[in-house]
Design a protein around this ligand. Sequence first.
Ligand code: G3I
Length: 301
Amino acid sequence: ASTLGASAAEKGRYFGTAIAAGRMSDSTYIGIANREFNMITAENEMKWDATEPNQNSFSYSRGDQIANWARSNGKQVRGHALLWHAQMPGWAQNLSGSALRNAAINHVTKVATYYRGKIHSWDVVNEAFADDGRGSRRDSSLQRTGNDWIEAAFRAARAADPGAKLCYNDYNTDGINAKSTGIYNMVRDFKSRGVPIDCVGFQAHLGTSMPGDFQANLQRFADLGVDVQITELDIQQGGNQANMYAAVTNACLAVARCNGITVWGVRDSDSWRTGANPLLFDSSGNKKAAYTSVLNALNAG
Ligand code: G3I
């Protein structure tokens, strides 16, 4: 096929992007997004600070702007993210202990209930592991409510929206390393105890090289009985950007339980990584070599 989404669909997968509500009136931006992608993540609009700016007072207008555009254009939606230590609203930053724990679970329940039936996959918990080389949990106010806060969040999400796949999502998990192994051990434990987890998201914010065991890492998670998804892909320009994009695409295609790939923005100028030019379209909206490389990988074989 001739677009990323249609080509991925022929392989039983999706190809997505992150959308920012503030850019949707840019016709070049929204035109590319509509043409190329069939899975949409709100870059910021479904996060805790956006959806619950005051405690138990919810605000869905910007998330809905993205979700409704996606759904009315035949695209599915990845929900991002129910709980994350960053982008917590100020009121929640001022809570701790059981007050925070109750507020967090209430947030999961309310937001997942609001979007019930409309979300392909939810990032229920984002970035809860540390980069300490030991595979530990990240220290955060949420973690200090008890080590079981992650499973409590997954149980609340399942009760609120039984149809959504429930994912754990993180970065620096691109190969077999201490952090990805810490997450692997958590997922294995969850599966053995019946904690409802369906998928693991690998953000894949990559520099100019990638681990040789990228695919093997995806596969070891899949072998635990969860789906895997590439959720926030972007790759620094200046190295082997096009080849690395193909390698990530081929790794997903080689893992039966890899559902799809999402790139974290449309054009280089839309990226959070200023100056990295890490996306598939240049700042004018032209297809880059990396685009062609992904499309060819999706259409091969
Ligand atoms: O919208 C306000 C604007 O009104 C204000 O004038 C401006 C001044 O600072 O800030 C704007 O908000 C910014 C928002 O992006 C929208 O542009 C925030 O400051 C800024 O912090 C926020 O950054 C986002 C970042 O998450 C926050 O941590 C990025 O857009 C977003 O791409 C990034 O995405 C994260 C994923 O959610 C999780 N994984 C890592 C990834 C990259 O950091």
